[in-house]
Design a protein around this ligand. Structure first.
Ligand SMILES: Cc1cc2nc3c(=O)[nH]c(=O)nc-3n(C[C@H](O)[C@H](O)[C@H](O)COP(=O)(O)OP(=O)(O)OC[C@H]3O[C@@H](n4cnc5c(N)ncnc54)[C@H](O)[C@@H]3O)c2cc1C
Length: 236
């Protein structure tokens, strides 16, 4: 882990409430897909949790930039991010976290809600960049179709990744798009789409409530606890 100054390059709006921020690091920043960094706006008080926050990498380590993606709120941290000007430098501490993907993991699945998709993008991009033949299933739940972050990128990664399947679920209204299923990620949906969840490494990232529910579901479905890897996005 090290501290690196990173230079803001651009922002990309993903949904009405989710935006990605791209940076160029002043020196090479290695990380493993699935890891996160800490963005430090208050360098004088490292314990300031309001201004120094954790965000997952939302790009492959193979990219020439680093990207993080934030569900924006009215917090001071969100405002500081949104108000970055091209060329502004901030401090980042990275890499952090051990809920990561390795190429040896041949069969994987993701049970994801909302903003938990960020490390999944890093992993899927990496699988495509490295041309791995990983067999991956992504169950990705959102309230409304317009809340699906990275929809275009996911559909593209699904086309490039030979063995990547993505199932979108919408919980708050019947989706117009027939690529999306109405309802929550539950036992019925998983059993309808796959018969081998218990043979996969399952990754669950996101807000703690969602993570706990999805982990319970995996254990109910017979997954071994050691095969279920969870990362709580504490702070939601
Ligand atoms: C490993 C990890 C990865 C994450 N990845 C992402 C990501 O990719 N994208 C993303 O949007 N968010 C991610 N988060 C969450 C992120 O760090 C922020 O906590 C979250 O985005 C809310 O920040 P805010 O400024 O919008 O909300 P705020 O308005 O500051 O906080 C929302 C609520 O959470 C509480 N809270 C804030 N910080 C903490 C804390 N450290 N501990 C306990 N309670 C707290 C506040 O009191 C408030 O009630 C991640 C968190 C972790 C730990």
């Amino acid at each position: 882990m090290k501290e690196v100054r990173i230079k803001f390059i651009e922002k990309i709006k993903r949904t009405p409430t989710v935006t990605s921020f791209r940076f160029s690091p002043n020196e090479k920043l290695d990380f493993i897909p699935g890891q996160f960094l800490q963005l430090i706006f208050d360098e004088n008080n490292r314990k300031n949790k309001d201004l120094n926050k954790y965000l997952s990498f939302s790009c492959s380590p193979e990219k020439p930039y680093i990207e993080v993606t934030k569900r924006l709120s009215e917090s001071e941290f969100s405002h500081k991010l949104i108000n970055l000007a091209v060329g502004d430098e901030i401090l980042a501490q990275a890499p952090l976290g051990d809920i990561v993907f390795y190429p040896e993991m041949k069969n994987i699945a993701f049970l994801i809600g909302g903003i938990g998709i960020t490390p999944v993008i890093s992993i899927l991009e990496y699988i495509c960049d490295k041309n791995l033949n990983t067999d991956g299933l992504v169950f990705y739940s959102n309230r409304r179709e317009e809340d699906i972050a990275f929809r275009e990128e996911l559909d593209l990664l699904r086309r490039i990744g030979r063995n990547i399947k993505i199932f979108y679920t919408i919980t708050d209204c019947v989706p117009k798009d027939n690529a999306c299923v109405f309802g929550f990620i539950d036992k019925n949906l998983i059993e309808e789409k796959t018969s081998d969840l218990t043979k996969r490494i399952v990754f669950i990232y996101g807000p703690p409530g969602m993570v706990a529910t999805m982990k319970g579901l995996c254990l109910d479905l017979g997954c071994k606890e050691e095969n279920v890897h969870v990362e709580n996005f504490i702070g939601y």
